[in-house]
Design a protein around this ligand. Structure first.
Ligand code: BES
Ligand code: MN
Ligand code: MN
Length: 466
């Protein structure tokens, strides 16, 4: 006898956890070429899994790491759903801060600890497992599902962007855009509002990321013999960076706020209604005060206002003891998170001319743009949203709330621009899952409820006529 869907999911929890652990043991760190074979191995693992549950599967080679693309047969009158995820992970350093090794998954207090547990292996796997559950318990999936799982999200998605631009299209074969054409996209690569508070994310920030390099004298100098007579690039760097944001948290790049979509009163009210617990938040991150752009609440700053952050900076002597040096070079990496309507290209142009203007004499500067994507907001009033809300309620036993995030998933911008579709952002993680940090984790009960919600999502979406 064929088991009902929910029973199958209930009875196979251990097998699903074992699957996830197997994938987490592959150290698919995309940014570091030492892991290239492991990244490939993770891609193959996913392709094999999708093949084994009957998906027509291919591995698309790119300039970087491979993309796994797989599809089930079209279903008449029902929507086609594109599920995106990424099988690459962030580097695990600093290693000595992990309680158990990053690529040896361990369970503690109901959480599975490993690099990639929440970002994003544990999350996208829920959708593959739910498809498997349908296959084991019904004749066919109720909707056509296409999986697009990339291996370099954490380092800029270059291969995926080239794929979407048609660079790997073959004559006589469907183009990339034809391949991934769909009615709606689904991504689980983010967070819920809190424990037991499932959520649908309807806004992602965009990003523009830069490296700034300053060169002063042709070599490091004695700071006594030469200091005061030439511009010190480290002094110049800190002066320039300080001119990019003021004490009220306002970014000083000319025109930066020109296109910012201001929040409506209704939206501000809706954020207020979430009763965000600032004390708990301060405790979680270990700070005694919160700060940010004047005139906005913490949630508004995190979710709806553009920001500026230095991500790294270097110059001069950093080892033990003191060294009286006037460094020849200084540099920084910094980025802005953008909101809907801000244009990364315009901001780059304005930033570059502003930096040139404030660059002190005797310094050569070079500004290198690293990556950029626009912010996205998703329509709350679509039938797809309603279907997702219903599926989450069935999976988690609680209605979802609607939230935004300060994180970025650049491919969503591409889906909006190239396919004109909405993306359902159904994060199963938590903000304190330590994404990109030591001791990354994923709640096993959320993993299982995510699988259940995903299994219901296919059925709910199948009700929508397209
Ligand atoms: N999963 C994250 C994005 C995310 C973070 C969504 C938090 C929701 C909440 C993703 O893997 C990521 O790290 N994105 C990068 C994108 C960047 C490299 C362009 C980010 O946000 O820093
Ligand atoms: Mn991610
Ligand atoms: Mn990430």
């Amino acid at each position: 006898m064929v088991l009902p869907l929910e029973t199958y999911i209930e009875q196979n929890k251990q097998a699903f956890e074992d699957d996830l652990c197997e994938l987490l043991r592959i150290p698919s760190v995309s940014t570091d070429s030492a892991y290239k074979d492991d990244v490939q191995r993770a891609g193959n693992w996913i392709a094999e899994r999708l093949k084994s549950i009957g998906f027509e599967t291919e591995i698309i080679e790119t300039v970087g790491h491979p993309i796994v693309f797989a599809q089930s047969p079209p279903i008449e009158n029902a929507p086609t759903v594109l599920v995106y995820g990424h099988y690459d992970v962030q580097p695990p350093d600093p290693l000595d801060e992990w309680e158990t090794p990053p690529f040896e998954p361990h369970v503690r207090n109901g959480y599975l600890f490993a690099r990639g547990a929440t970002d994003d292996k544990g999350q996208f796997l829920t959708h593959i497992i739910s498809a498997q559950a349908w296959k084991e318990t019904a004749d066919q999936l109720p909707v056509q599902i296409k999986f697009l799982i990339e291996g370099e999200e954490e380092c800029g998605s270059k291969g995926l962007m080239e794929f979407l631009a048609g660079k790997y299209d073959q004559p006589g074969q469907p183009t990339a855009i034809e391949k991934i054409s769909c009615d709606v996209a689904v991504i689980s690569d983010g967070s819920m509002y809190g424990p037991e508070r499932p959520a649908i994310t309807y806004g992602l920030k965009g990003i523009s990321y830069y490296e700034l390099r300053l060169q002063g004298p042709n070599q490091d100098l004695h700071s006594g013999a030469f200091g005061g007579s030439v511009t010190n690039p480290a002094n110049a760097l800190t002066q320039m960076l300080a001119k990019l944001i003021d004490e009220n948290g306002r970014v000083q790049i000319p025109g930066f706020y020109d296109e910012v979509l201001e929040m409506t009163d209704a939206e501000r009210k809706q954020f207020d209604d979430l009763n965000f617990d600032e004390q708990e938040y301060m405790k979680q991150i270990g700070v005694s005060e919160l700060s940010g752009e004047a005139g906005f609440t913490t949630l508004e700053r995190r979710w709806s206002r553009p920001t500026f952050d230095i991500n790294g900076l270097w110059s001069g002597y950093q080892d033990e003891g003191a060294k009286t040096v006037l460094p020849a070079k200084a540099g920084a990496k910094f980025s802005c998170r953008l909101v809907a309507n801000q244009d990364p290209q315009k901001i780059l142009a304005s930033l570059e001319s502003y930096l040139k203007e404030i660059c002190p004499p005797g310094i050569e500067m070079e500004l290198i743009p690293m990556h950029g994507a626009r912010g996205v907001t998703v329509d709350l009033d679509s039938p797809f949203m309603a279907a997702a809300a219903e599926a989450i309620e069935r999976g988690f036993g609680t209605k979802p709330c609607f939230i935004r995030t300060g994180g970025s998933i650049p491919v969503v911008t591409a889906f909006t621009e190239k396919l004109g579709i909405d993306t359902l952002l159904l994060g199963w993680g938590q903000d304190d899952d330590n994404m990109h940090s030591p001791n990354e984790r994923f709640s096993l009960s959320d993993f299982h409820r995510g699988i259940k919600a995903s299994a219901h999502l296919w059925a709910e979406l199948a009700e929508i006529r397209v």
